[in-house]
Design a protein around this ligand. Structure first.
Ligand code: HEC
Length: 105
């Protein structure tokens, strides 16, 4: 009986660890040149956890981010260069990327 409890606890622990460490969608590789996408990446654009914090109280965050990622431009981050347009290539499932970003809050 004790070993069952232990193995259930271990499995639950693994599930929690797994969700906390969800990997970015593989499409995020093209974005990582400019963004810290969660674990690593560039600093030309804002770190995605900072983006998630900016939108944490916005019920339409995923829609807004999807539109902004596709359009490119400046969004108040005061970075030197604007973000280029994204999502025209097969690499970018933009709604999935927007949803992933909001898991980083
Ligand atoms: C060439 C560099 C570059 C690439 C590649 C890039 N971005 Fe950006 N991104 C930026 C910069 C710069 C900004 C901030 C612009 C500003 O407001 O000054 C930004 C801003 C953002 C924001 C914030 C939008 C907001 O509303 O605040 C999101 C989300 C984002 N990028 C997602 C992505 C995703 C997803 C990809 C890949 C599909 C990507 N970016 C690729 C440079 C890049």
């Amino acid at each position: 009986m004790k070993s069952i409890i232990v193995s259930v606890a271990v499995a639950a622990g693994l599930m929690v660890a797994g969700s906390a460490m969800a990997d970015a969608p593989k499409e995020a590789g093209v974005c990582a040149a400019c963004h810290n996408t969660g674990k690593s990446g560039g600093s030309v654009g804002p770190a995605w956890k900072d983006v998630a914090a900016k939108y944490k109280d916005d019920a339409k965050a995923v829609e807004t981010l999807t539109a902004n990622i596709k359009a490119g431009g400046h969004f108040g981050w005061k970075k030197a260069a604007p973000m280029p347009k994204n999502g025209s290539g097969p690499e970018a499932n933009v709604p999935a990327l927007a949803a992933y970003i909001m898991t980083l809050k």
